[in-house]
Ligand binder design. Structure first.
Ligand code: ARG
Length: 633
């Protein structure tokens, strides 16, 4: 049993492992070492434990040790190099860690292999799918679970009905799904919200288009594509109308031009949408069907990405009344002013200095009285807070909308709701370049996934031997395709742009989704072929893991819960991916050194325990990212 209590008992002769804030020895093996090293360092240096503990950092590469200390971080007088020397002389020796390695301003700590194996492997194998998750993180009070968990709302994906689900929505979906998983694993109460673009004059245009070009059967069969095609056709009419009117105007035929505009689709759409805002039953019923069918179809796609939304919200859900009230309040406070019939927010006047300048101006209400995207976001946020009383709210929106988000966060503050704005965070991301599908440039998520899946299927067919052994190649190809897209998306920092590259992302070489899947399937196959029972593995003699390869693999596995803990600060999926690639590279170099087949039975058990721990970590990491690990391929 790897529990904290047992360890404490096992190493009774150690300075007692204290319970420090953010120390989770029951679920994070590295924290056991952190607490232990903290204890020793505190005795040697006289520094307070609360100062030492948080600055014992993890290392990027194993040659830097398992934990590292930057000596100046302890804020003790003296030259770091001298201090390091003095402390080393006083190092008492420890059953858990080697004598630290001193290098200038740094001390590196290397964990002793045997106790590490006895801690990490049983923990990974017993906690299984929970290894790496830390439910205490989300508690309101780490020392008192009865005070309950914190609540987070994550808003992501948020496509627009009847418009393409473009790369921005794809990134938001992937990153948002990951964040929801991350917070869930950290013990938060997570609510996922999809804020659909489902309101505005364009739904008047769409309804008119449907009258003209719509087809019931098609709508039911493939709502997303059908509505899009209807929308494209009718939009063309609108554009032609405008062009014609411009031409007439240029010829001086003002009256004729006006007549075209007054009787045209655009004007009809405006009044149709007006009917919708006034609650006209028929108009609403048609729009609701568009919305419902689209959501139904989205849900199927989201399910393939292991994503679920607790709430389908949308711009349509924001009440006109509330928006008018919010606008009126801003006007009353002297923050917004009327300008030629529109209500305008001039940040350059209401917010001093640079910030005001960068926020610029924004329209809250158009001259015809309709509210806008910005105003809706303000009301929706205030409503959401009333509804969920969240402790934190994350918006996963493209960096193209940075200004929009800054503006509406600021307006909420100006309205006196710092309490809400303080809890909000914008998680942004860069562009996807060069994305197109075989059918052309329209990029619906389903088309992308289909194309990538088919491509993966072709790649698999090239290896005839293997292909013939796969039970359901189409399903596997689909999973591999989805993994390709997701891993490519999460491989860099969120803010970076990347180029959609079908052949690179579907390759089995390099840091790709298929490579991760392959690594997982290989571990599954090793486990299958060894035919050992769980009891056999649990009873393995872990002191037999002595090879440097085995120890390195173990050290990487030990880092997993700490990696997850760190991602909660950065909210960067690439942190997880970089780690998983480190793990899979370490694995691939160890197979030839740490064979299972042909080894002594006891060695076999110990090695399988090690490989199975790696499999647990790889599985959990892939799940956290939103992937579906495959067992054979
Ligand atoms: N539907 C919007 C778009 O496609 C994204 C919505 C983002 N969320 C928000 N609260 N503004 O651009």
């Amino acid at each position: 049993d790897a529990s904290f209590e047992n360890l404490a008992r096992q190493f009774q002769h150690l300075p007692l492992i204290d319970r420090l804030p953010n120390c989770f020895p029951d679920v994070n093996p590295v924290d056991i070492y952190r607490a232990h090293i903290t204890s020793i360092l505190s005795d040697i240096t006289g520094a307070d434990k609360s100062v030492i503990y948080p600055v014992l950092q993890w290392t990027a590469t194993l040659d830097k040790g398992d934990l590292m200390l930057a000596i100046p971080a302890l804020r003790i007088k003296g030259k770091p190099d001298d201090l390091g020397k003095q402390w080393l002389e006083k190092w008492p020796g420890s059953p858990l860690v080697e004598t630290p390695v001193h290098n200038g301003a740094f001390l590196s700590f290397f964990f002793k292999a045997e106790p590490m194996a006895k801690t990490v492997i049983p923990m990974a194998l017993q906690h299984r799918t929970d290894f790496g998750s830390n439910p205490a993180n989300g508690l309101r009070d780490q020392n008192d679970p009865s005070k309950g968990r914190q609540k987070i709302v994550v808003e992501f994906s948020s496509p627009n009905i009847a418009k393409p689900f473009h790369a921005g929505h794809l990134r938001s979906t992937i990153i948002g799904g990951f964040l929801a998983n991350l917070y869930r694993s950290a013990g938060w109460d997570v609510v996922t919200v999809n804020y659909l673009g489902d309101w505005g004059k364009q739904y008047g245009v769409l309804a008119l288009g449907f009258e003209k070009y719509g087809n019931e059967e098609e709508l039911v069969k493939d709502p997303i594509n059908h509505l899009f095609h209807v929308y494209v056709k009718i939009s063309k009419e609108v554009a032609e109308e405008k062009e014609q009117a411009e031409k007439l105007k240029a010829e001086g035929k003002e009256e004729e031009a006006q007549k075209i505009l007054d009787e045209g689709v655009d004007e009809k759409a405006r009044s149709y949408f007006k009917k919708m805002t006034e609650g006209d039953e028929q108009a609403i019923a048609l729009w609701k069907r568009f919305r419902d069918y689209s959501i139904e179809r989205y849900k199927q796609t989201y399910a393939r990405l292991n994503i679920h939304f607790d709430e389908y919200s949308g711009e349509s859900k924001v009440s006109e009344d509330e928006m008018q009230q919010a606008a009126a309040k801003l006007k009353e406070m002297g923050l917004a002013h009327e300008d030629r019939g529109a209500l305008l927010m001039d940040f350059t006047k209401s917010v001093p200095g640079k910030e005001g300048k960068s926020l610029g101006k924004a329209i809250l209400r158009k001259k015809d009285g309709t509210a806008l995207y910005l105003t809706r976001d303000i009301s929706e946020l205030i409503n959401r807070y009333e509804r969920y009383k969240f402790d934190k709210m994350i918006y996963v929106i493209a960096s193209e909308q940075d200004l929009h988000v800054k503006q509406f966060f600021k307006i909420v503050r100006l309205m006196g709701r710092d309490d809400i704005a303080d809890k909000c965070q914008h998680v942004n991301f860069g562009l996807v370049l060069g994305m197109s599908t075989r059918k052309g440039t329209v990029k619906f998520l389903n088309d992308i996934l289909r194309d990538v899946g088919e491509h993966m299927h072709e790649v698999m067919k090239k290896n005839e031997d293997k292909y013939s052994q796969v039970e359901d190649p189409e399903q596997i190809a689909d999973r591999l395709g989805i993994s390709s897209v997701m891993v490519q998306d999460m491989n860099g920092k969120r803010i970076n742009n990347y180029t959609f590259d079908l052949s690179r992302m579907t390759s089995f070489e390099g840091d790709t989704g298929p490579y991760l899947q392959y690594a997982h399937a290989r571990l599954c196959s090793i486990n299958r072929k060894a035919v050992l029972s769980d009891e056999d593995i649990a009873g393995a003699d872990l002191t037999l893991l002595t090879e440097p390869m085995a120890i390195n693999l173990l050290r990487v596995i030990a880092q997993w819960p700490d990696v997850v803990q760190n991602v909660l600060k950065t909210l960067e999926p690439t942190t997880i991916l970089t780690y998983l690639f480190k793990l899979t590279h370490t694995l691939s170099t160890s197979y030839s050194h740490l064979r299972i087949v042909g080894s002594e039975p006891e060695v076999m058990k110990a090695r399988l325990a090690l490989y199975n721990s790696a499999r647990v970590v790889l599985f959990n990491g892939m799940r956290l990212l939103g992937l579906t690990p495959v067992e054979r391929m």
